[in-house]
Design a binder for this molecule. Sequence first.
Ligand code: IPM
Ligand code: MG
Length: 368
Amino acid sequence: MSNPSLLILAGDGIGPEVMEQVKRIIGWYGDKRALTFDVSEDLVGGAAYDAHGVPLHDDTMAKAQEVDAVLLGAVGGPKYDDLDFSVKPERGLLRLRKEMDLFSNLRPAQCFDALADFSSLKKDIVAGLDIMIVRELTSGVYFGEPRGISVIDNERVGVNTQRYTESEIARVARSAFELAKKRGNKVCSMEKANVMESGILWRDVVNEVHQADYADVELSHMYADNGAMQLVRAPKQFDVILTDNLFGDILSDCAAMLTGSLGMLPSASLGLPMANGRPKALYEPVHGSAPDITGQGKANPIACILSFAMALRYSFDQGAEADRLEAAIEAVLASGARTADLMGPEGGTPMSTTDMGDAILAALDASV
Ligand code: IPM
Ligand code: MG
């Protein structure tokens, strides 16, 4: 059997810095756990634009379709703000999501014990928090047609379309129910069925899928605005949150901040099974390219490393090794190790990106 394959697209800003630490972790698994990956690397986002004039080259897209999993760093930066919309760095990421058909975006928001004091919310509201947002990622207003800016009656009109088909809703609902069965067995679906027809359909289809195949999972519905409020009021009421592309974008940033730092949150974007049974998959940290700290060795690599842990779990059936990596990170945080984004009011000297990588590797060494 050949080794599983990974395509690394480190991208822009802090993407390459945090990915450097992930590459060391991947190397560790090869050396110490006989889990060797065939790793290739390519460009995405602004880095691809600089080289090819497009945020994702066709050859890179083709490679992404062939590998077992893609690991992505981050895209975008002020240098690219004035580019034409069609070649903005974000378009590269959106093309990957769309063409790989990565409809189910898993965004866990977990509060590490050692960081419960870092949340902007009171400790007892977030301590022990463990929720999973399942965001639809290939449809809705991000991709709906018609779209564009045109001139009507002598003024400019901007249009985007929120559009969902039954099958698009059903497949992401299934993935949320399947996940819930392995967790707390609860799904809360969020839309705006009070004002949007697409929300009414969303609610109907989620109910149908539930009744047909997942009646044993506890299902509730919430308007997305109330969902945002509940997330900051009493987030521990949730287990799995199922929602569409745009609401999921917003609610997942909100959930992320509950945990204390955006620098901690991984994500997995999954599609249909490939011929080898593994799902089409892309893993990326939820944080962006953080241009303000790029190149200073300050970035927290944990979100990107946890994204690799998700790859071990969801692409490579290595749940025990994913547990090992997550436990190593937890141990490092418990020991007081902190990058700049995790410095509390008491201050102290933050460690560098590479130091954090060193500490996690040492904790991994100690685990075998
Ligand atoms: C995210 C990001 C992206 C999105 C951007 C970079 C296109 O905010 O992954 O949440 O809006 O989906
Ligand atoms: Mg976002």
